[in-house]
Ligand binder design. Structure first.
Ligand SMILES: [Zn+2]
Length: 477
């Protein structure tokens, strides 16, 4: 779920909808000496707590020249958006000068109809329609295309809306723009050419990662990808707090206006938190790009791995997993819920994976001397017919993969020395030899070396990469 300033996306939408409804009131600047955020809240009934924090922050004024809500942030929901711009420190209360709106062409829509829906004057619609037709055949407008609008928020209540600009991308990877100039509307069509550039974005958490990353000028797509890269390493609710810092190294896609619009690749994301540095590195293993921590563990993977044959060395499989097997002693159909390995008495039996011993029992029949290990909430393994247990092993013992947990024997219902090995996944028996087993996703050997090379290269690039020009440093954007 997308978390923005501590509220859910759904909450945001309802706030935006309410904002739209209260917009008539909001766009009239409040007069008086009370704090800007109080005016704002009083006018709108909206808790803009994060705006309050922005307004109180030392560096916040320059940042607020940027839209607090990025145009792209909620655009995937095809809902109207809010752009609260130009919160100049010279003005006592926030004044909204522009309203950003976003719509999607529906089947059967005409361009004029879409403009009408935005409340524009008939004369403006005719002019815009004619201007656009000069650069783009409007009959080629297709359902599903998004159109972004910037509307003047200072028009008198009840008066027709006034367009500042609109743009949409056509199917030829170009963007059609309409902009209002002192001479009237003008339309042009630009080829959408993106260049890729290695950038590093560094920021400090003042509010939330989403808010502060946006204030830095990072678009929604980049923030989302960075969050996904870190999602199993950092708990964004619990681990991140004001004062923490983050760094993102990425191949930025930059449009013809010099604006970062997306990340082609995220190479590295780190958070410096009270609990230490949390970092992930992009690495391609077996053709698949994933994020790994400094210890070469794949992010979001299980750390558990299970052995298919938990014996000190390979032995012959004497009886396969078979839910319909005829039991060798009783002769009745009795499922064989594990696999048997014929091995000499005393052969070491190993823990199939890290876990806790939850049973160590001696039955006269059935399993005989056996051990059960719980590995995680999903997997349990059982080892039966042992001749003896190792010294010190008891219920509750923590074991690591390949620790000795017993010795091969023929106790219980058994016709000769062998290990009977079972794996239960979520309470159901699976075939130890044929089922997909969890494989610890930690890189080893040559792959680990390759990862370490890439890790060093990424760390070097962090120092070499150009810093993302922050909106404040760029003098507003
Ligand atoms: Zn068996």
């Amino acid at each position: 779920m997308l978390i923005f300033a501590g509220v859910s996306k759904a909450d945001w939408i309802s706030q935006l909808v309410r904002f739209e409804r209260n917009f008539e009131a909001a766009r009239t600047p409040a007069i008086g000496g009370s704090a800007p955020d109080d005016n704002f809240r009083a006018l709108n009934g909206i808790d803009f707590g994060f705006l309050t924090r922005f307004l109180r922050g030392k560096k916040s004024m320059a940042r607020l020249r940027q839209p607090v809500v990025d145009d792209s942030l909620l655009s995937d929901l095809h809902l109207s958006e809010l752009a609260a711009r130009d919160f100049s420190p010279a003005i006592e209360s926030p004044v909204l000068l522009e309203l950003a709106r976003f719509t999607t062409v529906e089947r059967g829509d005409t361009f004029a109809g879409i403009l009408t829906a935005q409340g524009l004057a008939r004369s403006d619609i005719n002019e815009i329609n004619a201007d656009v037709n000069d650069v783009f055949r409007l009959t080629k407008l297709q359902a599903g295309w998004p159109i972004s609008f910037r509307l003047d928020a200072t028009v008198e209540p009840g008066a027709p809306g006034r367009l500042i600009s609109l743009h949409f991308e056509d199917s030829d990877n170009s963007t059609v723009w309409v902009e209002r100039t002192p001479e009237g509307y003008t339309a042009h069509r630009d080829e959408t050419v993106f260049i890729s550039k290695l950038l590093v974005a560094e920021g400090t958490i003042e509010s939330t990662f989403w808010v502060d990353a946006q204030a830095l000028g990072l678009p929604y797509q980049v923030i989302k990808k960075a969050e996904q890269a870190q999602q199993c390493v950092v708990d964004f609710k619990r681990d991140i707090s004001p004062g923490d810092s983050f760094r993102i190294l990425f191949d930025a896609l930059i449009d013809s206006n010099g604006k970062v619009v997306d990340a082609e690749k995220i190479h590295y994301v780190s958070f410096d938190t009270r609990k230490g540095r949390r970092e992930v590195f992009r690495f391609v293993n077996e053709g698949r790009a994933s994020f790994y921590d400094r210890q070469a563990r794949r992010s979001c993977s299980s750390s558990l791995s299970l052995l298919r044959e938990p014996l000190a060395r390979p032995f012959r499989m004497s009886s396969p997993f078979n839910p319909k097997r005829k039991h060798p002693i009783t002769g009745k159909i009795r499922p064989h819920r594990g696999v048997d390995f014929a091995a000499p008495r005393g052969t070491r039996i190993l823990a199939a994976g890290d876990g806790v011993v939850i049973a160590k029992r001696t039955h006269s029949g059935g399993y005989g001397k056996h051990v059960i290990i719980r590995h995680d909430s999903t997997y349990e393994t059982l080892y039966a017919h042992m001749s003896r247990f190792p010294k010190g092993l008891r219920v509750g013992s923590r074991v690591k993969q390949s620790d000795i947990i017993g010795y091969v024997g023929t106790t219980g219902s058994s016709t000769g020395n062998h290990l009977h090995y079972e794996i239960k996944k979520n309470g159901r028996h699976i075939d130890p030899l044929k089922s997909t087993l969890p494989r610890g996703q930690k890189l080893t050997g040559d792959k680990k070396s390759a990862f370490e090379d890439e890790q060093r290269a990424i760390i070097a690039r962090l120092d070499q990469a150009e810093a993302l020009a922050s909106p404040a440093a760029a003098g507003g954007g």
